[in-house]
Design a protein around this ligand. Structure first.
Ligand SMILES: NC(=O)c1ccc[n+]([C@@H]2O[C@H](COP(=O)([O-])OP(=O)(O)OC[C@H]3O[C@@H](n4cnc5c(N)ncnc54)[C@H](O)[C@@H]3O)[C@@H](O)[C@H]2O)c1
Length: 359
């Protein structure tokens, strides 16, 4: 197996929490270069990892000969320019979500990556929850029947604290919709299929966070129609007071179909709820062991906090796709179609009208 060199661009929270431990699971794979615009963050990451090839300029990092793949984990504004520079240098790219500021930019990234023949992946991390993968398997198998309704609800208590670049539209593009709802919009496509049209509301209830202006949404709700006739209701909030801020706060997805209903929650990584049409109601459905780790991942599901460790399978999938010369399980196309929904929701919220999705 040839050694594979990876560069991390943006050495903040998510790189340290998800990407580094994920890469550590991959054989013959080494982080060889680090980039962060902030010199102190870069120094800290260098000390923590022992990686000495560091730069505050992504242009220098993505063009290094020892870098074969790049992970982009900066504020959203920079994803597109960094991805294009990496693709132009012939590097494979795993980019954090939302991959771009809008659909057009995301589509341009997907097209450029395809043209260059590099692997491209969107970090829709919650696809790696074992229960989500099992749910997708059951839906594909026909256990849901004809889909009727998709429902997702992500509720967190962020209060009115400063959330850094996330509260600046210039850097983040959007607030809650791109930050938290993006994963659940991706689930909707994954489980039910494309949306036909939607009507949405977005609200900024905290124009000031931690004494600084906030021009991004704290709350979003979408009412959607899918092309297969199913309906969708999606809600996400940073202001669900008292409900906890962390990973254990409510994060539920429900789907109802002609054969029955499933309920998924991120907190129950190894269990779904299922109820058969006409039956007594929802009951626990354990996730079989073969779904506890992503195919091809060497991770031991018994090691560490399972609510955290499933995230490591994401980097494994990226590296395995590069090695096996096949598309990643979640590509920039998935990132772009999510962004089509974001654009439509913003337009709907502004105009008060239903908006058709691009087919
Ligand atoms: N997939 C997930 O579950 C998940 C979870 C959290 C964050 N994210 C995404 O990851 C990305 C980063 O989020 P975070 O929470 O780690 O943010 P963060 O603020 O902790 O880290 C971002 C880092 O990028 C650096 N940076 C800023 N501009 C840069 C540039 N031009 N070049 C290089 N570095 C630059 C900052 O100095 C900072 O260290 C965002 O896109 C976010 O939406 C995804």
């Amino acid at each position: 197996m040839k050694p594979l060199g990876v560069a991390i661009i943006g050495c903040g929270g998510i790189s340290l929490q998800n990407h580094l431990p994920g890469l550590a699971l991959c054989p013959e794979t080494k982080v060889v270069a680090l980039c962060d615009a902030d010199a102190n963050t870069l120094q800290r990451a260098s000390q923590q990892t022992g990686v000495t090839a560091i730069s505050t300029r992504f242009e220098d990092t993505v063009t290094r000969d020892d870098v074969h793949a790049v992970i982009i984990a900066t504020p959203n504004l920079f994803h597109g320019p960094i991805a294009h520079a990496a693709i132009a240098a012939g590097k494979h790219v795993l980019c954090e979500k939302p991959i771009a500021m809008n659909y057009a930019e995301a589509k341009g990234m997907a097209d450029a990556a395809e043209k260059a023949g590099v692997r491209h992946m969107t970090a829709f991390t919650y696809r790696f929850v074992p229960a989500m993968r099992y749910l997708h398997h059951l839906v594909q198998r026909g256990d849901l029947g004809q889909p009727y309704h998709y429902r997702s609800c992500r509720l967190q208590d962020w209060g009115t604290r400063n959330v850094g670049w996330r509260q600046q539209k210039r850097l983040a593009g959007t607030g809650e919709i791109g930050d938290m709802l993006s994963h659940r919009i991706d689930f909707a496509f994954h489980l039910v299929g494309p949306m036909k049209r939607l009507v949405a509301g977005l609200k900024t209830l905290t124009p000031v966070r931690g004494g600084l202006p906030n021009d991004t949404d704290d709350w979003v709700a979408i009412l959607a129609e899918f092309t297969n006739g199913a309906s969708g209701v999606l809600e996400s909030s940073k202001l669900a007071s008292g409900m906890n801020e962390g990973w254990r706060s409510p994060d539920r997805v429900e789907i109802n179909g002609s054969e029955g209903s499933f309920s998924f929650t991120t907190g129950s990584w190894n269990e779904l709820l299922f109820g058969k049409t006409g039956g007594p109601g929802l009951a626990a459905l354990p996730v079989p062991r073969e779904f506890h780790v992503w195919p091809g991942s060497p991770r031991d599901p018994g090691v560490g906090d399972p609510l955290i460790s499933f995230r490591y399978d994401q980097a494994v999938e990226f590296i395995n796709a590069i090695r096996e010369q096949r598309p990643c399980a979640i590509t920039f196309h998935d990132g772009a179609r999510m962004q089509g929904v974001t654009d439509a929701a913003l337009k709907s919220s502004e105009t008060g009208q239903w908006v058709n999705l691009l087919s």
